[in-house]
Design a protein around this ligand. Structure first.
Ligand SMILES: Cc1ncc(COP(=O)(O)O)c(C=O)c1O
Length: 374
């Protein structure tokens, strides 16, 4: 069997990693400013993470959600404490898209509506449809029977108001910072007004923090810059530092109903162990504060580079926009300077490094970046 080729690949085989570095099959070292697509939060192959996961594997890797799993409770308690959402509940899944599916369903079960408001350039995942072909009405929310989505521009408060005041919307879903959209930050005031409008119209406010969350922005969640509390928050990526897991953080206004949501793998012993180890390392190494500090430094240094059209971001989620294609620059950065970066569109670099990036590593990146710009 051969692989189904949906990914255009760089001809590099990454065989191991440590902290903010990865190493290829020739043992060449690369500085990782991409974090394997915003996934690596605590750094590659952290010794504590390895120890915890190995230890858990020696006990048990998986059992089903039909029995008590104290690791799930430990994870929920730690996440509540570190994120500032102690009174929310946690539903565990396996990916970002699955977290958003469950968030959208939960909102629709809650208010019985089937319309969703979203924003231009949004990215929330690639799944759909499985529940439609499942023959059990209990698992279907009104949005599964006839999902209607309207897109408005980010920060366009008037359009949001016009739509939400129809009181037809089940939920409004927004990224804490748009990632694939090119590191677009919703205004703090826009988020506050969105919060108010959602409450007034009984629309569920869902914050997708899959890319912008988990400390990347310099706060645990990017929306915390606006001081709001969404009704539902979704997480994935940095949650497990590469162990595939997602989560839905649910405000106390929702009542859990047995059987309404579910998954086979979500919240398994190994996943919870990964999630707990990540949070323990966050705490021990002050990674959220580090993301804020090193991110601020990177942003201010990048703003001094004259060839760049615009630099946007918060913490270690940074977009560098050029007024020309970056394809050649990115390729040279990778193959000549040995630096991984992300990209979006044709002309925007995305920096999404592990949150343990040091100022010295930021300087190494800046030096190599300026070298390819010359
Ligand atoms: C903001 C956002 N939401 C959802 C997703 C989907 O996550 P996954 O690929 O884990 O399904 C992504 C993935 O890039 C994302 O950036």
């Amino acid at each position: 069997m051969k692989l189904f080729e949906v990914y255009p690949l760089f001809d590099i085989e990454i065989q191991r990693g440590r902290g903010c570095y990865v190493y290829d099959s020739h043992d060449k070292e690369y500085l990782d400013l991409y974090g394997g697509h915003a996934v690596i939060s605590i750094g590659h192959s952290h010794p504590f993470y390895i120890e915890k996961l190995t230890g858990q594997l020696h006990k048990i890797g998986f059992y089903s959600n039909s029995v008590v799993n104290p690791l799930q409770e430990e994870l929920a308690e730690k996440l509540g404490k570190l994120s500032g959402y102690e009174n929310y509940s946690l539903f565990l899944v396996n990916s970002g898209a699955e977290a958003n599916e469950n968030a959208l369903k939960l909102a629709s079960f809650h208010n019985g509506r089937n319309k969703v408001l979203s924003f231009s350039k949004a990215f929330h995942g690639r799944t759909s449809a499985s529940v439609k072909v499942t023959d059990n009405a209990k698992y279907s929310a009104p949005i599964n029977d006839g999902l209607e989505v309207v897109f408005v521009s980010l920060n366009d408060l008037e359009s949001v108001k016009k739509e939400l005041q129809t009181r037809q919307y089940s939920s409004v879903i927004i990224e804490g910072i748009q990632g694939i959209g090119g590191i677009q930050i919703p205004d703090d005031n826009f988020l506050r007004e969105l919060r108010n409008l959602a409450s007034e119209t009984e629309t569920v406010l869902i914050l997708d923090e899959i890319q912008s969350g988990y400390g990347r922005s310099g706060k645990f969640f990017a929306h915390q810059y606006a001081g709001i509390h969404p009704d539902i928050i979704t997480v994935a990526k940095g949650f497990g530092n590469g162990f595939p897991m997602g989560g839905v953080l649910i405000s106390p206004m929702f009542q859990a109903v047995y059987g309404q949501l579910g998954t086979t793998f979500g919240g398994n012993h190994l996943a919870c162990t990964a999630g707990i180890a990540v949070l323990d390392i966050f705490e021990a190494e002050n990674l959220v504060e580090n993301a804020e500090k090193v991110g601020e430094y990177l942003l201010s240094e990048l703003k001094k580079i004259p060839q760049i059209k615009e630099v946007r971001g918060r913490g270690l989620m940074i977009g560098i926009e050029f007024d020309k294609s970056i394809k050649e620059l990115r390729t040279r950065l990778l193959f000549e300077e040995k630096v991984f970066t992300g990209a979006t569109g044709t002309n925007i670099f995305r920096l999404l490094p592990p949150l343990c990036l040091t100022r010295q590593q930021a300087d190494i990146f800046l030096e190599r970046f300026e070298k390819v710009l010359k």
